[in-house]
Structure formats: C-alpha cells, structure tokens
Design a protein around this ligand. Structure first.
Ligand code: TXA
Ligand code: MG
Length: 310
C-alpha cells in the first residue's frame, strides 16, 4: 500500500495501475472510492475480493461527463438530461438502462448506475486513465465509508495505491435515483437533497419497503445492515447523564461527545469521521442522539438506522 499526493506523478502511477487491470483508491466529493476499469472482468473481481462485497451488489460507474455517460446507456431519458445538466459533476448517481454490449459492472439486471464526480482529483484520474471507473466506497462491505486517505489505509490495507486528496467535502455517499423506467425513484438518499431534485423534476418516489437480504433488490445500499462502525451503535432520544464508557455522538454540546451540530449537511460531513474516531478509541458501544425526524435528515437517518441494525 502506498499513499501518494495527487500530483502529476501520482496520477500517472494511478492511471498505469488502472490500465493494467489493478485498483486504486481516490477521493471524490462524497467519500473515497475504490476504482477499477469498469469493464475489465479482472479489475472488477479485485474490487469484490478486496471489499468482500457480495456479488449481488452492483457498482457505480464514474465518468468524466454526460457524453461518456450516454455511451453506457441503452436509453437516455429526458429527465436524465435535465438532472445531469443541473447536478453533474456532483453527488447524484443515475440508474439508467444499460447498453446491451456492457456486461461487467452492472451485475445481474439490465441497468447501470452512473455519476460524474465533482472532485478535481477524480476528474483528472478519469482523464489520465481514459477509462470509465467502477468505484464503490473504499471500505470492507457493510463497514463505515472512508472520508480520508487514512481511513482507506486502515480499512483496506491491501489496496496498492491511494491518491490522498484530503478530507471529502460531503462525507456521505451520493444520492442514487432510478430513472430507468417510469417515475424517478429514490434508491438511496444521500448528499444531494430530495428538495433539490424535486426542484428540477417534480415528484420523486421514495424507497419501497425493505427487501430481505440476499433476494433481488432495487438497490444494494438497501441491505439492512450497512455503514456500520465496529462498535455497537445505539440510537437514543436523550443522552444518558454522566455516560463515560460509551462513545457519544450528539447534536448539542455534551462534554466528551462528538458534537456534530444541527445542520444536516455539516452533520453528515463529519459523521463517518466521528464514528471512525470512536472506533479508534476502542469503545464497545456508540450512543447516537437521534436527529430530528424531518426530510432534510433523510440520508443521515438512513445511514444511522442501517449502522444500528444487527
Ligand atoms: O458517493 C458515492 O456514490 C460513492 C463514491 C465513491 O462515488 N460510491 C458508493 O458506491 O457509494 P457503493 O458501491 O458503496 O454504493 C453503490 C450504490 C449501492 O447502494 C447500489 O444500490 C447502487 O449504488 N447501485 C449500483 N448499481 C445499481 C443498479 N444497477 N441499480 C440500482 N442500484 C445500483
Ligand atoms: Mg459503500
């Protein structure tokens, strides 16, 4: 494992590895991704192996722009154009029908998830490699996503190269929206708010009921347990007084707690980092003060509920 700065030499080294069907971790505006040539069977298999990712969980393909995205799609609906024009590059992943000649990255169904990342290093890597890059979050399956290069090093020590671009700005994964058929449907709430999406396309259908693990699912991020720290995570409406043995994550100022505040975007930006810090302290339990039950907290609730699932 080598961590390098994203200068010209670092990017060249990363691009060489990707063209040789190996993998590279790189920063995006959401979380660090574990990148590989999206249509190389060997490279994609390496992602699944390193992450210990179940084969039913397909990957997001990162491309440099809308033109490249369209080449991967069998159909490019008007809503995709409207959304891409407004939000790309940015933390929105679109699920569209996959071009029939592409078989590797899309797993079993006939769709493909695509996004254009809003991060200079990611965009320069896409350009330097000249490849569409499949990139799940650079962590072991079910674990906490990495928001710094150090998180990647500790979580996936066998990755040959990490481009260090500092801390990720959003700190929570992209919003995944299915526009492949019928009304646009939210598959995973994320960094881009529903309100912003509705301003462009109107109504958005919300995630359907929980799908049992292992069975066919519209979006694998929907598995019950995911985004989990090593410690047991418990959600609580009030924080027990004088709690000393557990790690604490709060909205309000509490002595000794990871205080994340009342702004959902700022909260999300530091959530994984706070959970990583508490895991590093070796606490057995993390008590998280439940955030407000309003829609702007949807992505945070989604991650916390899955992290607390057992
Ligand atoms: O912010 C992000 O999206 C990060 C950065 C690295 O770009 N990537 C990421 O990838 O979070 P991953 O693999 O951890 O999550 C992929 C999500 C899953 O929740 C899965 O549901 C969805 O994308 N997905 C991928 N392909 C899909 C498809 N064909 N249909 C439906 N959902 C798909
Ligand atoms: Mg992930």
């Amino acid at each position: 494992m080598t961590v390098v700065p994203p200068d010209e030499a670092g990017l060249r080294r990363a691009a060489d590895l990707l063209r040789a069907d190996s993998v590279v971790a790189f920063p995006t505006e959401t979380v660090y991704g574990l990148g590989a040539h999206a249509f190389s069977e060997k490279a994609v298999a390496e992602i699944y192996r390193l992450k210990n990712r179940p084969s039913w969980n397909p990957l997001i393909v990162h491309v440099a722009g809308v033109a490249e995205a369209r080449k991967l799609a069998a159909e490019w609906p008007d809503v995709a154009d409207d959304l891409a024009a407004r939000f790309w590059p940015g933390p929105l992943t679109l699920v569209v029908r996959r071009a029939p000649h592409l078989t590797v990255a899309g797993a079993a169904n006939d769709t493909i998830a695509i996004r254009v990342p809003a991060h200079d290093v990611a965009l320069r890597l896409l350009e330097a490699s000249g490849l569409p890059l499949a990139a799940p979050s650079a962590n072991r399956s079910e674990g906490l996503s990495p928001t710094t290069a150090e998180h990647v090093v500790r979580g996936l020590p066998d990755v040959p190269l990490v481009l260090d671009g500092g801390a990720c700005r959003w700190g929570i994964e992209s919003t995944v929206l299915d526009v492949a058929a019928g009304a646009p449907r939210l598959l995973r709430p994320g960094a881009l708010s529903l309100r912003a999406i509705r301003e462009v396309i109107g109504r958005v259908a919300l995630p359907s009921e929980q799908v049992a693990d292992g069975s066919a699912r519209p979006s694998p991020g929907m598995s019950k347990r995911h985004y989990a720290p090593r410690a047991r995570l418990v959600l609580a409406d009030t924080i027990p007084e004088r709690e000393r043995t557990s790690g604490l994550v709060t909205l309000d100022d509490v002595e000794g707690a990871e205080v994340l505040g009342h702004d959902p975007a700022e909260y999300a930006a530091d959530l994984y980092a706070a959970l990583h810090r508490l895991d590093d302290r070796g606490v057995a339990t993390i008590i998280v003060q439940r955030p407000p039950a309003t829609e702007e907290w949807l992505a945070v609730h989604d991650r916390l509920n899955r992290a607390a699932a057992r």
